[in-house]
Each structure stands twice: as structure tokens, then as C-alpha cells.
Design a protein around this ligand. Structure first.
Ligand SMILES: Cc1cc2nc3c(=O)[nH]c(=O)nc-3n(C[C@H](O)[C@H](O)[C@H](O)COP(=O)(O)OP(=O)(O)OC[C@H]3O[C@@H](n4cnc5c(N)ncnc54)[C@H](O)[C@@H]3O)c2cc1C
Length: 449
């Protein structure tokens, strides 16, 4: 039985928990970080595919407006590289493959016009949705009761426009449009800088990535925290007494004056709280679900598509892989990554490995020709199968839950404070949001103590 006593406990050694711990140590506090897995980084996972060449199977890209993440990375000495956005992109639509160079795919003009009006409409609707308290928007109740699917059926005139928007929602939230509310979509769009930014490369959220992978941010912070980080320590219980809090794993107890819980909200369901969580927080975590996402990386001897003039970016209505991006390390093999979100992700989880490989390589071959069908290696990361993530990219509230219980996202419960990408007003669900939430939770604890 291991026991310990510190000033502050942090549950979870993802980006948010490690940032919180770092800030607290800087303020002179004694800290312990309890991490369930045998590694740090949580939803960040970088795999070495050749000596010194890493591929991200979790969080990867960053872009303008993500100053907190950029500052953290600069401080840790992590270099950034620009995502390849030059060359021909591929659109595979209605069984036809076309290449294009502009930022607008060659979809039928009627579909493009429909999408333009829908984008302008959504953009207008985001304005009254405040980032700190989206549930306070005048029509919050109505928008939170309306699914995105219902909205797009009513507000887009063409079948093609609806299909593109459905794919966009899956890429953005890793969930089906019927699973998320219009209010959540509006909030996420506003939180990520507008309607265009989240799915854009140059000038958007996919503009850059970290040389050496994103997980190094977590590894470097954990390295500096040293023995304060305890791996293989899933917290199962948190008890609060007058002025103290005890977090327990199956075989250890840690006592502190406060705790920062830095795990995604649905993961809080596997922690018993004594006294029980307040009604609003309990309902919120009960009514939030992780998205379903699988990230695949196809590794080739070289990025052969570049010499053929292609950027590696593809967009398709035919799945299971609806998109791809060039994620080749600076000096190393060629890498195409793709994300399978929502129903495609769930299908992939159930399918047998051979069927999965065939389906993915068939999509890549449709995008970039027969060479793409024969990667030397195909990596898959199914985030729904990870017991300490339960999915990705992040958690979304079920219909009606944001308006009813959203205020519990960040509100501390006595000595328990909440961090995590989901608790961030700006870049909610992103690495930048995780960093911001860790900083905010640390400041909150210091204030409270
Ligand atoms: C496939 C994928 C692609 C993504 N792409 C991007 C991207 O390109 N750009 C971007 O900005 N973001 C991206 N994200 C999101 C980004 O990775 C996350 O927002 C961020 O890493 C979340 O950090 P966090 O600290 O909030 O949570 P997490 O990383 O989930 O950390 C929580 C930690 O808590 C631990 N834990 C859970 N339960 C317990 C327990 N009971 N006791 C102790 N420890 C526990 C977990 O093991 C984990 O280490 C992506 C995510 C995924 C999955």
C-alpha cells in the first residue's frame, strides 16, 4: 500500500494535467500527478516510424490563434513545421476523381452556393453564443434541443450540400450530426475561431505540427516533474473531508489540500466521489460522450505523391476514409494520415483487421493511385478502445445537456477543480484548450488555497 501527502494532487498526465502540475510546482507547491496509463500524454501519442521520425496517432496540428500551445511548445524547445498545402488536392466525389489547386473543391456550383449560404448562416448564428457561458445565449434552449442533422435538413437546399456538411461535422467532432446539438456546434465553431478555421490548413487549425510529434510536450513536462508523476495509478475514488482531499487508487492513498481532475468528463464516471458530485456536475458527466475516432497512418518509403504534384490532401464522399493529409516527417518516410470519425469509426472498430486494412488502402488508392494501396506499414489507433480515453477527439454533451448543465463544466466542487480540453472556452477540445484549462485550474487552486 503506497501513501503520500502533498499540497495538491493532479489526476491525469495529459497536456492539461501536466500544465497544471507545472504551474503549481512553479508556485512552490508540493504536487503529485496520478496517471492511469503507463505513459504520459493521454490523447497525444507519437510513434517512431524510422529513427528520429515520428507520426502522431492522436493530437497533431496547431494553427493561428493557439498562442498558449505555441508558447508552451517554444518554452519546451519543440520545433514546428508547416503542413504541406501546396500542389494538387484530390476530390473523390460521386465515383469520380478530380484534382484541384484552390481552396475550393470542384463540387457542382449549386452545392457550392448552398454551402456558402449555410456557412454564412452558421457564422451569423455563432455571434450570440458567448464562449464563457454559451448556455446563456437567448436561444440556447432551442438550439440545444435541435440536432445538427435537423438543422442541416432544414437549412440546406441540396443533397450534395448536406452530404458535405455531414462529413465536415464528422471530421470536426468525430460524431454523427444527429448526436450533437446545434448549440454545441455553434460553440465549438466560435471557440475554434469561426466556421472556416477548424477545417483549414494554411491560416487554419491544421497549419502546423510538431517536428518529433506532439507527445514530446507531455514527455518533456513529465521529465521535469520527475518522480512527482506516478504512472499506472488509475484513481478510483476521491474523498473530501474538512480541508483535505484523498485520492485513492486500488492500492494507494494520496492526501492533499486540493485536487485538479484533468480527465475528460465521461472518464469522471469511473471515479467515485464522496460526498457525491453536485447534481449538475453528475448530470453533465452522465450526459457527455466521447466522439468515436480512429486515426490511421500509411507509411511509404517516400512521399511519392509529392513528385507527382499532389499535396496528399484528399476529400471524399466514399468511405470509410473520407480524408487524408500528408504527415511525412521532415527527414524520413512518406506518411499519409486519415481520420475515421463517427459511424465510420464505429464500423472500423468492429471490422476484422484484414477488412480494415483493405478498406483503408482501397480509399488511398482511389485518391493517389495504385502505389498508395501498398504502404510498407499501416498504423491504426482506435481511441474508443482505450479505457482511459474512451474515444476522441473530445467529449460532446448530448442534446439538451449543455443548456441545462453546462455551467458545471468548470465550476469547482469544494477542493476539487476541473481541467481538460473540454473545460476550455477557447479551442475547446483542442491541445490549446487543454493547456489553457491546466493554467486556469492551477490559478484557481492557488487562489482557493
Ligand atoms: C485522433 C485524435 C486527433 C486529434 N487531433 C488534434 C489536433 O490535430 N489538434 C489539436 O489541437 N487537438 C487534437 N486532438 C485533441 C487533443 O489531443 C486533446 O484535446 C488533448 O490532448 C487533451 O488533453 P487533456 O489533458 O485535456 O486530456 P487527455 O489527453 O485525455 O488526458 C487525460 C489523462 O488522464 C488519464 N486518466 C483518465 N482517467 C484517469 C483516472 N481515473 N485516474 C488517473 N488518470 C486518468 C488518461 O490516461 C490521460 O493521460 C486530437 C485527439 C485525437 C484522439
Amino acid at each position: 500500500m503506497r501513501t503520500g501527502e502533498v499540497d495538491i494532487l493532479v489526476v491525469g498526465a495529459g497536456l492539461s494535467g501536466l500544465v497544471a502540475a507545472r504551474e503549481l510546482v512553479r508556485a512552490g507547491k508540493e504536487v503529485a500527478v496520478l496517471e492511469a496509463r503507463e505513459r504520459v500524454g493521454g490523447r497525444l501519442l507519437s510513434v517512431e516510424v524510422a529513427p528520429g521520425a515520428f507520426v502522431d496517432l492522436g493530437g497533431e496540428w496547431l494553427g493561428p490563434g493557439q498562442e498558449r500551445l505555441a508558447a508552451l511548445a517554444a518554452g519546451l524547445g519543440a520545433r514546428q513545421a508547416t503542413t504541406l498545402d501546396n500542389g494538387l488536392h484530390v476530390l473523390y466525389w460521386d465515383g469520380r476523381r478530380r484534382s484541384y489547386k484552390t481552396s475550393v473543391p470542384p463540387l457542382p456550383l449549386g452545392v457550392l452556393a448552398d454551402l456558402a449560404q449555410a456557412g454564412a448562416h452558421l457564422s451569423l448564428l455563432t455571434h450570440p453564443v458567448g464562449l464563457e457561458e454559451p448556455w446563456q445565449a437567448r436561444r440556447a434552449g432551442k438550439w440545444d434541443a435541435t440536432s445538427v442533422e435537423r438543422w442541416l435538413r432544414r437549412n440546406l437546399a441540396t443533397q450534395g450540400g448536406r452530404s458535405v456538411l455531414r462529413l465536415g461535422v464528422r471530421e470536426l467532432l468525430a460524431a454523427e450530426p444527429e448526436e450533437v446539438s446545434l448549440l454545441w456546434l455553434l460553440f465549438v465553431l466560435r471557440s475554434a475561431g469561426g466556421v472556416r478555421t477548424p477545417l483549414t490548413v494554411t491560416g487554419g487549425a491544421q497549419e502546423r505540427r510538431f517536428v518529433g510529434g506532439a507527445q514530446q510536450l507531455a514527455a518533456r513536462m513529465a521529465g521535469a516533474l520527475g518522480e512527482r508523476v506516478v504512472l499506472g495509478a488509475p484513481v478510483v475514488h476521491i474523498r473530501q473531508d474538512a480541508g483535505s482531499v484523498t485520492a485513492s487508487t486500488k492500492n494507494s492513498h494520496y492526501k492533499a489540500r486540493a485536487v485538479v481532475v484533468a480527465v475528460p468528463p465521461p472518464l469522471c464516471r469511473s471515479i467515485g466521489f464522496d460526498p457525491s458530485l453536485p447534481h449538475e456536475r453528475a448530470e453533465l458527466v452522465r450526459r457527455m460522450a466521447m466522439g468515436a475516432v480512429i486515426k490511421v497512418a500509411a507509411i511509404y518509403d517516400e512521399p511519392f505523391w509529392r513528385s507527382e504534384g499532389f499535396s496528399g490532401q484528399a476529400f471524399s464522399d466514399d468511405g470509410p476514409l473520407h480524408m487524408s493529409m500528408d504527415a511525412s516527417p521532415e527527414h524520413g518516410p512518406g506518411v499519409l494520415v486519415g481520420l475515421l470519425g463517427g459511424s465510420a469509426g464505429r464500423w472500423f472498430s468492429r471490422a476484422d483487421p484484414v477488412a480494415r486494412r483493405e478498406a483503408v488502402t482501397a480509399c488511398l488508392a482511389r485518391f493517389f493511385g495504385p502505389r498508395a494501396a501498398k504502404p510498407v506499414q499501416l498504423l491504426e489507433q482506435d481511441w474508443s478502445a482505450e479505457p482511459y480515453s474512451l474515444g476522441g477527439y473530445d467529449a460532446h454533451p448530448e442534446l439538451g445537456a449543455l443548456a441545462a448543465y453546462g455551467r458545471a463544466l468548470r465550476a469547482p466542487y469544494r477542493c476539487v477543480h476541473w481541467a481538460g480540453a473540454e473545460a476550455a472556452p477557447h479551442w475547446c477540445g483542442y491541445m490549446d484548450g487543454a493547456v489553457a484549462s491546466g493554467e486556469r485550474a492551477a490559478a484557481e487552486v492557488l487562489d482557493c488555497l
